[in-house]
Design a protein around this ligand. Structure first.
Ligand code: CP
Length: 372
């Protein structure tokens, strides 16, 4: 189940990426004139400070600072917020389709005064075969001070960060990581559970909270990032799905989150049993585009794992308020979740989209060294 191994990441797998893993040394020197503090390292790595490549690079203190910054920025008057990163330049580089992540990063950047430019694989020289490295160097030469990258290859943001020396924000890489999604999911949980935007973030913030992540875990970068992040704040994470979509190796995603205590991550194949203890249920899309070679019976899957109103009603009376229903999107109504549940009172799906704006402002400020 290579999709669930946390590393090391092969940079040579990135289509369009250079097959070498060039160090950012010569490029970094150039980059320091553009990225205000690109000389020191993040989490002992060679990446520019402010990079957000994986939740594994974030300490609990980092998470606390990002969420506090999101709150400070949210509370600012729009005119003041629009001066925070005025005259700074960020490139959005998207090799895969996106609605939520791309739009919220772009709107977040614009709300801070950033000049943005979008490069998509569908309408750029990437179509002519230009490599990730050359595309990144081109964007840097044109003045980009940070790059937001979505790529189908796990590890591509690491490569881009190395070759450009710029802060890179991972907007989803293959089946690997989607760190800003995990952060916005965390903020959504805190707000919807009533802990508030000013909740103290530490190893016990989510003590007593059970988050069930259900569906196509194997192909999900969202599941991986959440399963790594939430237990470090005290949550119990229960992964739920059939073996084809949830291999046992997933238990190793965050084995050390509760040292000496209860396991950080559990697997429960029975969705109804998992739901009985759930504070939050995160539903995942079946990634049909990544299912090749998987023997999955979709009708059987829907029967066993779809979140529908009758399944929730069976949890009554607790079901009136719990579990909170989340989904990173895009939703496939009628497959992993019914429209009735997605639009129902327990759904936090639109809240998640809104929190994307708040959290992505904060990670942009962190990348560009602004002070909200
Ligand atoms: N959650 C998420 O990544 O959605 P998009 O693919 O629309 O960006």
């Amino acid at each position: 189940m290579s999709g669930l191994k946390s590393g090391p990441i092969s940079e040579t797998k990135a289509p369009h990426a250079t097959t070498k893993a060039p160090r950012a040394t010569t490029n970094a020197a150039h980059a320091t004139t553009r990225a205000p503090h690109a000389k020191t390292n993040v989490a002992g790595s060679q990446y520019a400070p402010g990079s957000l490549l994986t939740v594994e690079h974030l300490s609990v203190a980092d998470v606390a600072e990002i969420l506090a910054s999101a709150t400070r920025l949210e509370r600012m008057a729009a005119a003041e917020r629009a001066r925070v990163l005025v005259d700074r330049t960020v490139a959005l580089l998207f090799y895969e389709s996106s609605t939520r992540t791309r739009t919220s990063f772009e709107l977040a950047a614009k709300s801070l005064g950033v000049t943005t430019t979008l490069v998509s694989d569908k309408s750029s020289s990437i179509e002519k075969g230009e490599s990730l490295k050359d595309t990144g160097l081109t964007l840097r030469a044109l003045g980009a001070e940070a790059i937001i990258l979505r790529h189908s290859a796990s590890g591509a943001p690491f490569l881009l960060a190395r070759v450009t020396g710029l802060p890179v924000l991972n907007a989803g890489d293959g089946m690997h990581q989607h760190p800003s999604q995990a952060l916005l999911d965390l903020r959504t949980i805190l707000l919807r559970l009533g802990l508030g935007a000013d909740a103290a973030i530490n190893e016990k913030t989510l003590a007593g909270v059970t988050v069930v992540i259900a569906g196509d875990i194997r192909h999900s970068r969202v599941a991986r990032s959440n399963a790594m992040l939430l237990p470090r704040l005290g949550a119990r994470v229960v992964l739920c799905g059939p073996p084809e979509l949830l291999p046992e190796e997933a238990l190793g995603l965050n084995a050390n989150a509760h040292p000496g205590g209860s396991p950080a991550i559990e697997i429960e194949r029975d969705f109804d049993r998992a739901l009985r203890s759930a504070t939050v249920v995160m539903m995942l899309r079946i990634q049909k585009e990544r299912l090749e070679g998987t023997a999955l019976n979709l009708a059987e899957y829907v029967e066993r794992y779809q979140l529908h109103a009758a399944r929730l009603a069976a949890l009554a009376p607790r079901a009136l308020v719990m579990p909170l229903v989340m989904h990173p999107g895009p939703i496939i109504r009628g497959l992993e979740i019914t429209g009735e549940v997605a639009d129902g009172p327990q759904s936090a799906i639109e809240d998640q989209v809104g929190q994307g704006l708040a959290v992505r402002r904060a990670v942009l400020v962190r990348a560009l060294g602004g002070h909200p």
